[in-house]
Design a protein around this ligand. Structure first.
Ligand SMILES: Nc1nc2c(ncn2[C@@H]2O[C@H](COP(=O)(O)OP(=O)(O)O)[C@@H](O)[C@H]2O)c(=O)[nH]1
Ligand SMILES: [Mg+2]
Length: 292
């Protein structure tokens, strides 16, 4: 089966040539999306023989993946691999990654990193764990590494994937969409390197995590607003009522009117009501969009 390797790249001029060359050894075609880099990423990728799609400004990883998938859908290859352009993943592992697709055991294979990624900084490991938990909650499937950009897709499903996010949320959004559509997802352990000699992250971990978390929360809220927003809303109202009734009981018994209890109770009731209305609103909106 023929393999097309897709590389999103933003300012990876120092290393992209090497990455592309290694990818060529194990794939039939290599395409790089230079997402408005301000360095020589374009020239380096081009010199290595890759087809380069160039965005004239930096739009984000999601948009880059969309450009790459569009290219992939028009190409004649059977398997689409995505790999980071920063050299953190080893292209030599592509044959291993695509095995499940070749054997028709999966539609998507996620390259997962964690088990032996001992030099992954602790704060990254922690952030990733939280995101994995949340993503698995949103998909109701269990994937070890929901943030990995090292993946293989069967070409047949590329066009069915629907994702709108522009930044780093795209990877997890693809996963959520794939799970929703019942695609078969498998996992393959891959090596990850943190000392590549150049920078391994384009964004600081806090804004990166924030970006991904917003995506997941949005998905969760839209998928089951009543369960994830409505029920917490009702519970909040009930706790508020508990505080308020205590105020009344206390006043009857002792004549003392507790202002702190009143404030807490009122805040909880109002917040709960807001959540509840938000949930019903989201519910009707999502029902309407599903119909369309
Ligand atoms: N197209 C595009 N690619 C990006 C952008 N930011 C990062 N990338 C690429 O996405 C891959 C993963 O990004 P990176 O910052 O290394 O993520 P991390 O290793 O998970 O912190 C790398 O190949 C980057 O070059 C962007 O704004 N646009
Ligand atoms: Mg990286």
């Amino acid at each position: 089966m023929s393999i097309l390797t897709c590389i999103p790249a933003y300012n990876e001029g120092k290393i992209i040539r090497e990455v592309v060359k290694k990818c060529f050894k194990v794939s039939d075609q290599v395409v790089v999306c230079d997402d408005g880099s301000t360095d020589n990423t374009y020239e380096e990728a081009d010199a290595a023989g890759a087809h380069v799609i160039r965005h004239d400004r930096n739009i984000g990883k999601g948009e880059a993946l969309r450009s790459l998938f569009k290219f992939a859908a028009h190409s004649k290859n059977d398997i689409i691999v995505t790999i980071d352009g920063d050299g953190q993943f080893l292209p030599e592992e592509i044959p291993k990654l695509v095995t499940d697709i070749e054997q028709k055991n999966a539609d998507i294979v996620i390259g997962y990193r964690f088990d032996d990624a001992t030099d992954m900084p602790n704060y990254r490991r922690f952030g990733n764990k939280i995101l994995d938990r949340m993503a698995n909650m949103a998909t109701e499937i269990s994937v070890r590494d929901t943030q990995s950009g090292y993946r293989a897709y069967s070409r047949d499903i590329i066009e069915k994937l629907d994702f709108k996010i522009n930044g780093f949320g795209a990877d997890v959004e693809i996963l959520i969409d794939a799970a929703k559509k019942g695609m078969r997802i498998s996992e393959q352990k891959v090596t990850v390197i943190y000392n590549t000699g150049t920078q391994t992250s384009t964004k600081n971990p806090i804004s990166h995590t924030g970006e991904v978390m917003t995506t997941i929360l949005e998905k969760i809220a839209i998928k089951s607003p009543l369960k994830y927003i409505g029920i917490p809303g009702i519970i909040t109202i009930l706790i508020g009522i508990y505080f308020a009734s205590n105020v009344v009981i206390m006043y009857n018994d002792t004549g003392y009117f507790s202002i702190p209890f009143t404030l807490v109770g009122a805040t909880l009731v109002v917040t709960g009501l807001l959540l509840f209305f938000m949930a019903t609103l989201l519910f009707s909106v999502s029902k309407r969009t599903k119909k369309n």
